[in-house]
Design a protein around this ligand. Structure first.
Ligand SMILES: *[C@@H]1O[C@H](CO)[C@@H](O)[C@H](O)[C@H]1NC(C)=O
Ligand SMILES: *[C@@H]1O[C@H](CO)[C@@H](O)[C@H](O)[C@H]1NC(C)=O
Ligand SMILES: *[C@@H]1O[C@H](CO)[C@@H](O)[C@H](O)[C@H]1NC(C)=O
Ligand SMILES: *[C@@H]1O[C@H](CO)[C@@H](O)[C@H](O)[C@H]1NC(C)=O
Ligand SMILES: *[C@@H]1O[C@H](CO)[C@@H](O)[C@H](O)[C@H]1NC(C)=O
Length: 451
């Protein structure tokens, strides 16, 4: 992959962009100071390069639209730019031939600080974190808050490098922010598999929150630019790159959120982006959440063709297969080969194990047959009970943030929740049997990570 150098791009840009420069009167830099943003990449590891690339790129877009860096809180593990697998040391690209998006990103939470607890504390404006000198939202009823999150997820759950957050926890956090008048209006963009399930049947219309997601509650989201030579990972995610390029390539102080959503829906070919919450907010301009000022539009972004889309769930396998098909040293080849075998056998193990867990739960009367449970997808309504089950599963079976292949089957537990109508007593009984089934079939799996 050849990346055009920054200076070359800039000089092309000077020529191309001046023609589309926006008159000064439209640059409402003043109101951008009411905008506060939280940008989160929930993963680590080079195979998940794309999430941190998305977030860095989002940071650049907000900055270029005039959102002050003090108003942007970034959570990213920061193990990509200087990763030994990165053929472009010190740089991160979200789009082939694009500019380095890593430069200048303020890294407010890195490494193990990227976790669900800190995320919720940042959103709630936690005083202890602030006292330690960490950035948290210190916003009020006139502020606009923009949250963007990219990572792995499953039914009613999104992940961080080693822990996770349920739909219920997120709902509680947003409700707290609303009750404590921490925003006037809030927009939430969410990239993850089954991301619709984080808001569907739970996000109230009364919170002044408008959310869009990469996928509906039942489907994977997709990585993109998974096909670039020399780099064996995906540079971006399809939905994320779609909204980011849309913001980069348009006058967002005059583009309603709804228009951006329509553009994104058109660009995203492999999943069905969704909208949730208070849709009247979608009449507001994107600029009210991502910055009102606009110096110039880089003509390059108008012509990017999104290629190399791949189902997020299968990206670890795909990366390794691409690596094996390329011309590597024998050492690298044998390393990739053994990693691939490990990923495949971990997945095989888990496919069997989850079936056994559910079979065992069925023998206790919570379902009829594992095959039936695994073959349907009930929309999650009882987020309350489900959230408790997810936590039990995560504690007793598999930490799904690390073993993220496990996320693939979380829907089976949503099916069980929806067919059982749990009360506190039956839920507790279920959790007890779940714990036992995990001990019998999953816990001693012996894999470092089932991905
Ligand atoms: C990147 O540039 C190369 C040539 O430098 C070109 O062949 C390729 O199509 C470009 N990729 C994209 C996604 O624009
Ligand atoms: C989600 O939050 C709303 C208030 O914003 C609350 O009414 C509702 O009960 C919550 N849902 C769940 C499942 O906790
Ligand atoms: C493969 O790699 C070897 C050494 O690393 C090199 O000599 C050879 O030209 C490469 N072949 C191709 C087709 O790139
Ligand atoms: C191959 O990898 C092993 C372990 O990673 C290392 O000790 C060895 O030096 C490598 N050999 C070559 C030829 O690079
Ligand atoms: C899952 O388990 C890990 C440790 O095993 C923990 O850190 C994390 O908070 C748990 N996640 C949830 C949602 O309970």
């Amino acid at each position: 992959m050849k990346f055009i150098s920054v200076s070359l791009l800039l000089s092309t840009c000077v020529a191309l962009c001046l023609s589309s420069a926006i008159p000064e009167s439209l640059s409402l830099a003043k109101s951008s100071s009411n905008i506060h943003a939280v940008l989160v990449a929930g993963s680590n590891g080079f195979e998940n390069y794309r999430h941190q690339a998305d977030v860095c790129h989002a940071y650049q877009v907000l900055r270029s639209h005039g959102v002050p860096s003090e108003n942007i809180i970034v959570m990213m593990y920061d193990d990509i730019a200087n990763n030994k697998e990165n053929p472009y040391p010190g740089r991160i690209f979200n789009v082939p031939n694009g500019t380095d998006v890593y430069q200048g990103v303020s890294k407010d939470y890195t490494g193990p600080e990227v976790n669900s607890e800190n995320f919720m504390k940042v959103l709630k404006g936690d005083k202890e974190l602030a006292a330690k000198g960490k950035k948290v939202l210190q916003t009020g009823p006139d502020d606009h808050v923009f949250i963007y999150f990219a990572d792995h997820g499953g039914t009613g759950i999104i992940c961080f490098p080693s822990d996770s957050l349920t739909s219920q926890d997120l709902n509680e956090t947003l409700t707290y922010m609303h009750q404590n008048k921490m925003y006037g209006k809030l927009t939430f963009y969410l990239e993850s598999c089954e991301s619709g399930s984080m808001f569907n049947n739970i996000l109230s219309d009364e919170l002044n929150v408008y959310a869009t997601t990469a996928a509906n509650p039942f489907e994977s989201s997709y990585g993109c630019f998974c096909d670039q030579p020399d780099i064996y990972t995906c540079l971006g995610d399809e939905y994320s790159v779609a909204w980011i390029l849309d913001s980069e390539g348009n006058v967002i102080s005059k583009e309603p959120l709804e228009t951006q959503f329509q553009h994104v829906t058109k660009t995203v070919k492999n999943s069905s982006p969704q909208e949730y919450g208070d849709k009247t907010l979608a009449n507001l301009d994107v600029g009210e959440f991502q910055g009102e000022s606009q110096s110039s539009i880089d003509a390059f972004v108008k012509h990017v063709k999104v290629t190399g889309q791949y189902n997020s769930r299968d990206i670890p396998l795909f990366n390794l297969k691409r690596k094996l098909a390329s011309n590597l040293s024998s050492n690298e080849t044998s390393e990739a080969q053994s990693k691939l075998l490990n990923v495949i056998s971990g997945r095989r193990f888990y496919d069997r194990a989850i079936r056994n867990v559910i079979d065992e739960l069925c023998t206790k009367g919570f379902c009829s047959h594992a095959a039936d449970v695994l073959s349907i997808r009930s929309p999650l309504i009882d987020h309350n009970s489900y959230s408790k089950i997810v936590k039990q599963f995560n504690a007793s079976c598999l930490n799904v943030a690390i073993h993220y292949y496990g996320l693939k089957y979380m829907y089976a537990f949503a099916n069980i929740v929806e067919s059982n109508n749990f009360d506190p007593a039956s839920l507790e009984k279920f959790q007890h049997y779940l714990e036992k089934a995990c001990l019998n079939h999953v816990v001693a799996h012996g894999y470092d990570a089932i991905i």
